[in-house]
Write a protein that binds this ligand. Structure first.
Ligand code: HEC
Ligand code: HEC
Length: 302
């Protein structure tokens, strides 16, 4: 008996024909385990078609789109598509769109701008992004502030809460590197008797609760040393950067220990000037946004 070495597995060694399973009509592999035969099921046609299609698409993509790196360059493809350019075009479109309404903030009439609800619908989200990019690191994402950085989302202002005044604060900063910067500091009262500093600190800490004794020796110290900047009753609002000491908004903290530190060392917070980094229109946009933060977060500050 001769066996053709090229015969397929499962084929009859004499005829070369494969055995066909009578039930399914498929070929068998010829393996036989005690009467159990293995079917030689064909590869599903749908998978073959999908494979052929993806192969064809990849060849097409190599021809049409940027595909192969060539050292410092790459094949451009016949369509000449460039994701970088597409992105730049899109950015340009956004920029042009923004420029169209942003010019209205060049020399703004804030009151009129604020009542233009169509403009506000475009401007406020853009202002929020500008705020998140430039201001949130110090003032918090929602202007909530933090130790050393005043809360902007309330009605308690160091300077003034009108958009006009806020624009000046943003543009020129506070104690900043700018010729027109706002200047404000608590001088150090380290010359003052330590016991006096302590009683003054207790006194100031008790102001927000409204329980301070205005006939005490500490009140006399306050009148003599502090009232000129913070107001006769510590109410602030004199437009010289000294905060109200009677509300609950604080920059550094108004517990007796922190106030004692403030008196001993003095404080001179720095708010950078933005006129060098942002356009005037952007500063005005931010000023309007900041002036409305307390309304937007529903806080009035006490
Ligand atoms: C590096 C930190 C820092 C960044 C960034 C910063 N600020 Fe300030 N900002 C301060 C500090 C500190 C003060 C308070 C200064 C002081 O103590 O007198 C302040 C004060 C202010 C005030 C005055 C608040 C009041 O009650 O009158 C406004 C308004 C303000 N910032 C807005 C902004 C805006 C808008 C931006 C973004 C363009 C910004 N700040 C970015 C640190 C910062
Ligand atoms: C020359 C004006 C001036 C005088 C005088 C002055 N302050 Fe101030 N005070 C300021 C300014 C401006 C700030 C804000 C400083 C900053 O933010 O860096 C401030 C901040 C403070 C703070 C911090 C408030 C907070 O929210 O954390 C306390 C407390 C304070 N002053 C208490 C006093 C007391 C008490 C006296 C009197 C012994 C006094 N100050 C005298 C201008 C003054």
């Amino acid at each position: 008996m001769t066996t053709d070495p090229r015969a397929l597995p499962g084929a009859d060694p004499h005829t070369g024909n494969r055995e066909i399973d009578p039930v399914t009509g498929y070929e068998t592999t010829g393996h036989d385990w005690g009467g159990i035969r293995e079917l030689n099921t064909p590869f599903p046609r749908i998978a073959l078609i999908a494979l052929a299609l993806t192969f064809a698409w990849s060849v097409l993509a190599w021809i049409l789109l940027p595909a192969w790196p060539l050292g410092r360059d790459y094949t451009r493809g016949l369509l000449g598509l460039d994701q970088g350019e597409v992105a730049m075009d899109r950015l340009q479109a956004i920029e042009t769109d923004r420029a169209a309404w942003l010019t209205r903030f060049d020399a703004p009439d804030f009151a009129a701008l604020a009542t233009d609800s169509a403009l506000m619908a475009q401007a406020m989200p853009a202002a929020r992004r500008l705020f998140e990019d430039n201001c949130a690191a110090c003032h918090g994402r929602d202007g909530e502030g933090g130790p050393g950085f005043p809360r902007l989302a309330d009605a308690s202002w160091l300077w003034d809460g009108t958009p006009e005044e806020i624009a000046i604060t943003i543009g020129h900063g506070i104690n900043a590197d700018d010729p027109d910067t706002r200047v404000a500091e608590v001088p150090a009262f380290d010359w003052m008797d330590r016991a006096d500093r302590h009683s003054l600190a207790e006194f100031v800490a008790s102001l927000p609760a409204g329980e301070a004794d205005w006939n005490s020796p500490a009140a006399a110290l306050f009148a003599e040393n502090c009232a000129a900047c913070h107001g006769e009753r510590g109410e602030g609002g004199l437009g010289i950067g000294a905060p109200s000491l009677t509300d609950r908004a604080t920059i550094y903290g108004q517990d007796a220990q922190t106030v004692y530190q403030t008196l001993t060392r003095g404080r001179r917070g720095v708010m950078p000037a933005w006129a060098v980094r942002l356009s005037e229109a952007e500063i005005n946009l931010l000023a309007l946004y900041v002036s409305r933060l307390s309304e937007m977060t529903g806080e009035q500050g006490q």
